[in-house]
Design a protein around this ligand. Structure first.
Ligand code: GLU
Ligand code: MG
Length: 448
């Protein structure tokens, strides 16, 4: 037995683990697991994978039935192989541990595997000498069950301490649980919407950042449930209130050094960073089918809700799709965030697609426009057109159509994954486009 296998067994015993959950996140961004009884875990320490039906990657969010046109059938099996470096006991589910997985087709990474897709895009960036670091900055809503359905924890405004008082035990327990799993919580504060909170976590290399997003969502939901509450990442629960974003922060390094800003010019983005951002903005209408993929997502992406509804960028501009956070005096710009991103996105697919778009910008030397300082919604139609600022797709249907036309993103996904992913997106759009808001939220509330 290898020493790392022995170490996993020791940790399994130390935490009195009965089951190890093999986790995968599918094209509908549902996080799923098969849990292996620890008495049988040894063979899985040495590469044997846990089987799942290939058809899993054809399931839309509504139900366990195949989306038409996915290229997948009820026949066929793929195998989840544990990445044991991600193993952790689950603080919110005593007796259970989890491990994140790459899905294999025989000896090869499965063409439909989202985590393998992100690995490919990380390698693509590395071919250009660029290493991507990232963090998903999540907002979520805390709800309490009631006779008349789930009610928000509070009705406070932004950062009101009263909201923190309502939720102190849950926020503390979420923080402890995240830190026990290796995430670093940087802050906690009530956001603007009813029962809405935000806990930014520290950035990491791209694969770890996507893993962290799975761990974050699982932990927030699991801990809230332990406290008799429901946590939800659904982007727009209350139609006229602030939505839940999962802003995607990213930065670039070359040879272990940040290349976000020019040396000695802490507020001037490098040519590479600008080209990468230009690539993201260029592909954004299609990218949205991956970064804000739910029918509900598009209710959040509205002008004047700080959610990034226009293809522009700005320093400290919360209405721009790409925002370079404005640093404190004397500090450099360290990263850029994509606001057009939420937690209904499979993080491996969304981050991988953002990298593909950015690398396309780098490879083609795309030009980033001038930063926008005010609210792009205040510019006239003509001014926006003159500055190349487009309003983003208003529905999932429009974003799907844009992705179907985006050769770069389709090529990055590869034929098989592009086909299964688009089939799932289309099935969801057809099933949910006319669903009344309350029914849509009810359907999604526990999924995300
Ligand atoms: N809740 C806003 C959104 O939907 C973001 C607010 C903020 O800037 O943090 O993305
Ligand atoms: Mg926020």
């Amino acid at each position: 037995m290898t020493s790392s296998a022995r170490e996993i067994l020791t940790r399994i015993q130390a935490h009195n683990v009965r089951f190890v959950r093999f986790i995968w996140c599918d094209n509908a961004n549902v996080i799923r697991a098969k849990a292996v009884r620890t008495t049988f875990i040894e063979s899985y320490l040495h590469g044997e994978g846990v089987g799942i039906a290939a058809a899993q990657q054809a399931l839309p969010v509504m139900y366990d039935a195949l989306a038409p046109g996915s290229g997948l059938t009820p026949a066929g099996e793929a195998h989840m192989r544990a990445d044991w470096s991600t193993f952790a006991a689950l603080p919110y589910a005593p007796g259970h541990a989890r491990v994140l997985t790459d899905i294999y087709d025989g000896e090869q990474p499965w063409a439909h595997c989202p985590r393998s897709f992100l690995r490919r895009m990380i390698a693509r960036a590395a071919d250009h000498g660029v290493h991507i670091f990232a963090a998903f900055e999540n907002e979520f809503s805390l709800l309490r069950p009631s006779e008349s359905g789930p009610q928000p924890f509070d009705t406070t405004v932004f950062c009101q301490t009263w909201a923190l008082d309502q939720a102190t035990p849950i926020i503390n327990a979420i923080t402890d649980a995240l830190e026990a799993q290796g995430l670093q919580v940087e802050m906690a504060y009530p956001e603007s919407g009813p029962g809405q909170f935000e806990l930014p976590v520290r950035y990491a290399d791209a694969l770890r950042a996507a893993d962290n997003q799975i761990i974050f969502r699982e932990t927030v939901k699991g801990v809230a449930r332990q406290h008799g509450a429901l946590a939800s990442f659904v982007p727009k629960i209350y139609p006229d209130k602030a939505g839940n974003g999962a802003h995607l922060h990213f930065s670039l390094q070359r040879n272990g050094r940040s290349i976000v800003v020019e040396p000695d010019r802490p507020h001037v983005l490098t040519a590479e960073m600008r080209a990468f951002m230009a690539g993201v903005l260029h592909h954004l209408p299609a990218l949205m089918a991956l970064t804000t993929p739910s029918t509900n997502s598009f209710k959040r992406i509205r002008p004047r809700f700080w959610s990034g509804a226009y293809t522009c960028w700005g320093i400290g501009n919360r209405e721009a799709a790409l925002r370079a956070p404005q640093p404190a005096a004397g500090q450099p710009i360290t990263n850029v965030e994509l606001k057009t991103s939420d937690a209904t996105a499979n993080p491996y697919l969304s981050l991988g697609a953002v990298i593909a778009a950015g690398v396309d910008g780098l490879a083609k030397g795309m030009t980033l426009g001038e930063p926008v300082n005010g609210d792009p919604a205040d510019l006239s139609e003509a001014e926006r057109a003159a500055r190349g600022i487009r309003q983003l797709p208003a529905t999932s249907g429009e974003a799907i159509a844009a992705l179907e036309q985006d050769a770069v993103l389709l090529d990055a996904l590869g034929d098989a994954l592009a086909r299964s992913y688009l089939a799932v997106r289309r099935a969801e759009w057809e099933a949910m486009k006319d669903l009344p808001h309350a029914e849509e939220v009810q359907l999604l509330l526990e999924r995300y």
